[in-house]
Design a protein around this ligand. Sequence first.
Ligand SMILES: [Zn+2]
Length: 409
Amino acid sequence: MHDTLRINGDRLRQRLSELGNIGALPGGGVCRLALTDEDRQGRDTVMNWMRELGLDVTVDVMGNVFGIRPGSAEGPPVMTGSHIDTVRTGGLYDGSLGVLSGLEAIETLNDAGITTRRPLCVAFFNNEEGARFAPDMMGSLVYVGGMSLEEAMATEGIDGKTVGECMQAIGAQGDAPVGNPDVHAFVEIHVEQGPVLEESGITIGAVEKVQGISWTEFTLTGTSNHAGTTPMRLRHDAGYVAMATASFVRDLATRLGGDQVATVGAFEIGPNLVNVVPNHARFTVDLRNTDSDRLQQAEWQLHEFITQLAEREGVTLERRQLARFEPVPFDPAMVDRVEAAARTQGLSVMRMPSGAGHDAQMLARVCPTSMIFVPSVDGISHNIEEYTAPDDLEAGANVLLQVLLDLAA
Ligand SMILES: [Zn+2]
């Protein structure tokens, strides 16, 4: 019925650039770590935009924010959204595109005088990135009842402060309850953050599933000793075990093949001196796969390797799981809707998995869900160089508008 309705690309880009100014980094990009003062400014800005568009804004006890546009009928809303927190060297579009495309869709409907039957809701979820407080997607996880509010609040960040303390400091907590949401359907638009769409020359990704994620932190404790006088056979070298494992992790991904990826992203060694055998090492391993069994296999092989090597070297090993999410399939009918909306608008479209975690995978636990991807130039993300062409941002937001209209009609 409203097939020809289109969003205003300039207005969308204007909001993206205004939000990108908050926490802007020299040389481009943005740093708005969750629950910092920059995050507070971003939250206030987006909530003000929501109110200007006539949305009814509610904030839940986990700091997730919802702007609701009533429909002609009562009932659970059709929801869209994403996050506005970033990693330390974030781009302008990761997360923000999902939230601001939602607002742009609302403004387009306002301008056209269209009231949908079901209510519409634009949400942004607290601490999606997990760059300050693990796990990532914490806000949406608590929202759907996958983690208790108490556990989330007690989570300590990289700077030693807890989520609860930081939420209090920036006034992020609202009073709406969490844990049992009533949502008709959820669709999230996001930059791909990988190279597949660009490489294929395709504008829209209809996301079918999200990779499973396993994050573990390993801490090794050995004995510091003189690098010249300690024979190799008598060493308890924590650094050696950590570095050999890091190298094993890379080989593991290559050996398992398929969708398996594996990364050692954080690494520290102590005392970190040229002539001292390290007595301390701490590092993280990030394993991902779209297949549940293979992900488990990767975890098991990593476990075996480091356990045996630490034992041989006489080094004690502690492990801490930072995050663990199973692969998530999206609702086939929702994926079809995304694909159909793209085709209706004459856009090229392909079905694909998501390599990154997203709030949508949490919402998939409680309602039919899918995602819309747009190309990331050179596949770069979590980097100030992150870029998506203006036409692609606009095309994705138009697909979102169409899917929201279809779902809320
Ligand atoms: Zn994101």
